[in-house]
Write a protein that binds this ligand. Structure first.
Ligand SMILES: [Zn+2]
Length: 170
């Protein structure tokens, strides 16, 4: 029986390999690496008729695709919250003569959220920052200038092959 090695970390797999999906390709991985991808149900014997005209899945992992920025919510693409958001929010609110409670109410948020934002302990997400901008008539978002903003990660594919390569290097 051939030894099975984890396609992510390269270690021999004890017992049954886990099959996870990474960027659409299925990898046989060890228990530990299974958490990086999405486990897929093992195909049952007899249910293989759905391979319509497709070549059998390659055993090797496909070539890594161009890596792309991750963790970017498409809605926030190209924008970031200014570093001094806390002061800007507090000053704008005080200028309007609103209490934190009043501001929270206008935003439909909890007062604790406003408190944390004004204390600089919580950076509002872009969605909330936009609401704050509107309600307080203040600028909280600025366009990202640095990298080309071709961020298009849907964020639900789990691990990318770029990550796999990184894990292998460890
Ligand atoms: Zn592994």
């Amino acid at each position: 029986m051939a030894e099975r090695r984890c396609e992510i970390c390269g270690r021999p797999i004890q017992g049954q390999p886990k099959i996870v999906k990474v960027e659409g390709s299925e990898l046989r991985v060890c228990e530990e690496c299974a958490q990086f991808g999405r486990e897929v149900a093992r195909p049952r014997a007899g249910s293989e008729r759905r391979a319509r005209g497709r070549a059998p899945a390659p055993r090797r992992a496909p070539r890594p695709r161009r890596s792309r920025p991750r963790g970017v919510d498409p809605f926030s693409e190209g924008y970031e919250v200014v570093p001094d958001y806390a002061e800007r929010v507090r000053e704008a609110r005080e200028e309007k003569g609103w209490s934190q409670e009043e501001l929270a109410e206008k935003l439909g948020e909890k007062v604790s959220v406003i408190r944390r934002i004004e204390a600089g302990k919580m950076e509002p997400d872009v969605d909330l920052a936009r609401k704050l901008e509107k309600v307080l008539e203040v600028k909280l978002l600025e366009p990202l200038e640095s990298t080309g903003s071709e961020a298009s990660s849907s964020g639900d594919e789990g691990l990318t092959l770029g990550d796999v390569v990184e894990i292998r290097r460890k």
